[in-house]
Ligand binder design. Structure first.
Ligand code: C2O
Ligand code: CU
Ligand code: CU
Length: 481
């Protein structure tokens, strides 16, 4: 069990990843440049850790575009191994998705483009090379992708990046005695660390200068689930989940996120106070001793907020946001079942050439997901944001009542999800669905689906270029390169 509550000094100012709005070219496309490369990061002054980052040594810039805009991202692989970059939560054509089929070889630049066509929200990007996702993310490859509304003032939500709209990428890491990353401390869920980094800053504090501050929480860990709360148990407003705003702020005193999930919360502070964001014993739904081996009893100090002696007034937060139009189960063209058992889904392991599910374009489907184990899993679907119809037959709780792309699947519970596969038919390029515990995904707990015009003629086997043979295996973390 890890317990750092009360022991973290909060001596480092929280790093804010640079906001990158790219540039709009003469063709009206907003263009961005990312370069993945190895570097050295000092999480502790004077101790250099070998890390990977985009346009820097650790993590990447926060990309931002307005909904409705066409975007193009030039991703250069400056590493010595192949990688991919996946736009988690984005609705886009399969060949732009950055999954295991869109490999970027060292020295090569990949330039996907699409038009932002979904609700404003907080998405993120990270590698997705089959079998290597955990290691590439663990080394530091990840960043946020903000989809902004045309009217940023809407609903009184704080929206000044780095001032009252704060990215909070939470990751846990384990360091060796020489200050390198190690993944040697493992539970069934994967690697668990005893040091929390926020935006790559250990022991961070954030100076707050406004009455209301919005935190865009991303669980950027590979395996750890957090149950966020404040040390004084104050309540705050949960305003958004993975794919967009809720219909109304949900007043609560905690929010739990498994790897890959996001939450936007709005917190009110009083002048001069210093509340601490922490994670206390996430409810993993596993039997006690098993939960304890997977972070279920861990207590972690995460970040201190330091409110200024005089705070700038904030606009009042609206009591209601926009209505979410609900997908109707009677419109579903198909119902599929996904049984998670061992490290497989429906008794199958990920095979690059196998299309597990074929979906017809412009249809609504219901996917019923069940974790048959006593251990933790989660379920993430590419391309779509879904709505949760029911959890164990009951209406979803407020935190699962909005748009989601990733959910924690408690042992034994059936999650009924509904989604529309709007467009982008392509019978030859699959999207993924998988457990977002990255070690499980790497071990094959992933399947592929295509979105096609005509399911009766779509291929169930796809050609894949034979790059697998010439790939050098990833050699481990830190040092030795
Ligand atoms: Cu965040 Cu398929 O991944
Ligand atoms: Cu994804
Ligand atoms: Cu899993």
């Amino acid at each position: 069990m890890v317990d750092t509550v009360g022991q973290v000094e909060f001596e480092n100012a929280l790093a804010i990843p640079p906001l990158d709005r790219g540039t709009v070219g003469p063709d009206g496309v907003r263009e961005f440049r990312l370069r993945a490369a190895e570097g050295v990061t000092e999480f502790t002054p004077g101790v250099g850790t070998t890390t990977w980052g985009f346009n820097g040594s650790y993590l990447g810039p926060t990309l931002a575009a307005t909904v409705g805009e066409p975007v193009r991202i030039h991703v250069e692989n400056g590493l010595f191994v192949p990688t991919t970059v996946h736009w988690h939560g984005m609705h886009l054509p399969a060949e732009m998705d950055g999954g295991p089929h869109q490999v970027i070889e060292p020295g090569v630049t990949w330039s996907p483009s699409w038009t932002i066509d979904q609700e404003p929200t907080t998405l993120w990007y990270h590698p997705h090379l089959h079998g290597e996702t955990e290691s590439h993310v663990e080394m530091g490859l990840a960043g946020l992708f903000l989809l902004e509304p045309e009217d940023p003032d809407r609903f009184g939500l704080p929206h000044r990046y780095g001032v009252d709209d704060i990215p909070v990428i939470v990751q846990d890491r384990q360091f060796t005695s020489s200050g390198q990353f190690t993944t040697s401390t493992r539970g069934f869920v994967g690697a668990l660390g005893d040091t929390v980094l926020v935006n790559g800053t250990a022991a961070p504090y954030l100076e707050v200068t406004t009455e209301l501050v919005k935190l865009r929480l991303l669980n950027g860990s590979t395996a750890r689930t957090y149950r966020f709360e404040f040390d004084d148990e104050r309540s705050f407003d949960l305003v958004g989940t993975d794919g967009g705003l809720l219909e109304a702020p949900h007043r609560t005193d905690h929010v739990q996120l498994s790897p890959g999930e996001r939450a936007e919360i709005v917190v009110r502070v009083r002048p001069g106070e210093q509340p601490v964001l922490r994670s206390i014993s996430p409810d993993l739904g596993m039997p006690g001793p098993i939960a304890a081996m997977n972070g279920g009893s861990d207590r972690l100090d995460i970040m201190q907020l330091r409110a200024a002696p005089v705070l700038e007034a904030s606009a009042p937060l609206a009591e209601r946001f926009a209505e979410i139009s609900r997908m109707n189960p009677s419109d579903a063209a198909n119902e599929r079942h996904f049984e998670m058992d061992g490290l497989q889904i429906n008794g199958q392991s990920m095979q690059m050439h196998t299309v597990n599910e074929i979906v017809e374009v412009d249809t609504v489907e219901i996917w019923k997901v069940r974790n048959r184990m006593q251990f933790a899993h989660s379920f993430h679907i590419h391309d779509v944001q879904f709505q949760v119809l029911s959890v164990d037959g009951k209406a979803p709780p407020p935190e699962l009542a909005g748009w989601k792309d990733t959910i924690y699947t408690r042992p034994g519970v059936i999650y009924e999800l509904i989604m529309r596969f709007e467009d982008y038919a392509d019978p030859d390029t699959p999207y993924m669905y998988h457990c977002h515990f990255l070690a499980h995904e790497d071990a094959g707990m992933m399947g592929q689906f295509t979105v096609v015009e005509d399911a009766s003629t779509a291929p169930k086997v796809i050609d894949i270029p034979s790059r697998d043979d010439d790939t050098a295996p990833f050699t481990g973390h830190g040092g030795g390169h």
